[in-house]
Design a protein around this ligand. Structure first.
Ligand SMILES: NC(=O)c1ccc[n+]([C@@H]2O[C@H](COP(=O)([O-])OP(=O)(O)OC[C@H]3O[C@@H](n4cnc5c(N)ncnc54)[C@H](OP(=O)(O)O)[C@@H]3O)[C@@H](O)[C@H]2O)c1
Length: 352
């Protein structure tokens, strides 16, 4: 049963791109009160000075609250911090009984050897891993609703998982799927770096972290758990392209048994018909523009002439691939929210 009470939330790392999207979503929600939008360096600065899309929307300013303020004044905490720092900051808040949604990669992997290998550091809070729930509603909806700590999936990982999940859930995936995914510049966050600076990437396409992107292990973990334990790994090539928002992931995967294209289409339609935010598109190709700014993803499955699965998925890295999915998880967790789909969220995108 829902109540008229507002959930009091904090958004940590609110000056960043993920934090800005969380602000955009939460400030539109009549059942949410944003108590803290945190920043280490810009305390006192109105949020609209950084996120100009929020001009005139709210009087909120960034603050740098203490642990005690966060625990006393908030029900839900969103973390939009870099990995490593995230577990260190969020761990004590989970200890204090807060319900936490982390956008970083810190709590996604169950195997700490894998975390060390892909994130290059020891995990600061391995004791919290067992209770963390991977925040992919398409596989974990019920567990998310009860979770204290949700690890919201990575942007590439969401696109890859959604491209392959229906087949994985039927135990059809085997070997090492191959994925190429093209991404916009906002995926790299708000800080300018040598490889993400506009003149370097604006008229170019560039592969990076080839076969070694840190989202690989969370995809393998998720697809195995979904029903394809025989999966041997995943070969992934990320490519940066000159758009701002959006990911298009193109996956090819060996299938355990022969299937027809019609069977694949039926499987994907059945799996995603119950998912408000994932659309199986069969009469056109998935694209980034139709989902930009929204929590929707588009997926198109095919059978290759060699009998493999070919699947394309598009989503907005900052929304379904990040803050939107984290916010969707929050709505599942909150007894004050009627459901996970929210009309005030601007879920409808724009065209063109
Ligand atoms: N961008 C995406 O498409 C996307 C999608 C899914 C998930 N994610 C994940 O979400 C998290 C945030 O990503 P983002 O793109 O929003 O990053 P971002 O734009 O770089 O913002 C991160 C914010 O965290 C704060 N911060 C930085 N270092 C910190 C530290 N050591 N301790 C505490 N606060 C720190 C900074 O704010 P102050 O300097 O003002 O304190 C910064 O604005 C990352 O873990 C990222 O991997 C990002």
């Amino acid at each position: 049963m829902t109540t008229n009470r507002k959930d009091r939330v904090a958004i940590l790392g609110a000056t960043g791109y993920g934090g800005g999207e969380l602000l955009r979503l939460c400030l539109q929600d009549p059942k949410v009160e944003v108590v803290f939008a945190t920043s280490r360096n810009r305390a006192g600065v109105p949020v609209e000075k950084v996120h100009r899309n929020l001009t005139g929307v709210s009087n909120l300013a960034f603050t740098d609250p203490t642990h005690e303020q966060l625990t006393v004044e908030c029900d839900f905490i969103f973390g939009a911090l870099p990995h490593g720092a995230s577990a260190e900051v969020l761990g004590p808040l989970v200890d204090a009984g807060k319900r936490v949604i982390d956008l970083s990669g810190d709590f996604r992997l169950k195997d700490m050897d894998e975390y060390r290998k892909w994130y290059g550091r020891e995990h600061p809070r391995p004791d919290l891993i067992a209770s963390a729930v991977y925040g992919c509603p398409e596989v974990n909806r019920q567990a998310i609703a009860k979770a204290r700590l949700v690890a919201s999936p990575g942007c590439f990982a969401t696109a890859i998982n959604l491209a392959l999940l229906p087949a994985a859930s039927e135990g059809m995936l085997t070997g090492r799927p191959s994925v190429v995914a093209l991404t916009g510049s906002s995926g790299a966050g708000a800080t300018v770096r040598e490889t993400t600076h506009h003149p370097v990437r604006a008229e170019s396409a560039r592969a990076y972290k080839v076969l070694e992107h840190q989202h690989v292990p969370e995809c393998v973990q998720t697809l195995r758990e979904a029903g394809s334990p025989a999966l041997d790994g995943l070969d992934f090539t990320p490519v940066s392209i000159p758009i701002i928002r959006g990911i298009i992931a193109i996956a090819t995967a060996k299938l355990r048994d022969p299937v027809t294209e019609l069977q694949l289409r039926d499987l994907y339609e059945l799996y995603y018909n119950k998912e408000y935010f994932v659309k199986t598109v069969l009469d056109r190709e998935p694209e980034c523009q139709s989902i930009a700014g929204t929590n929707f993803a588009e997926v198109r499955p095919r059978r290759t002439p060699a009998g493999e699965l070919h699947a394309i998925c598009t989503l907005d890295n900052l929304v379904k691939g990040g803050a939107g999915q984290g916010y969707q998880c929050y709505r599942l967790m909150s007894p004050n929210q009627p459901d996970e789909t929210a009309p005030p969220l601007g879920w409808l995108g724009t065209w063109p």
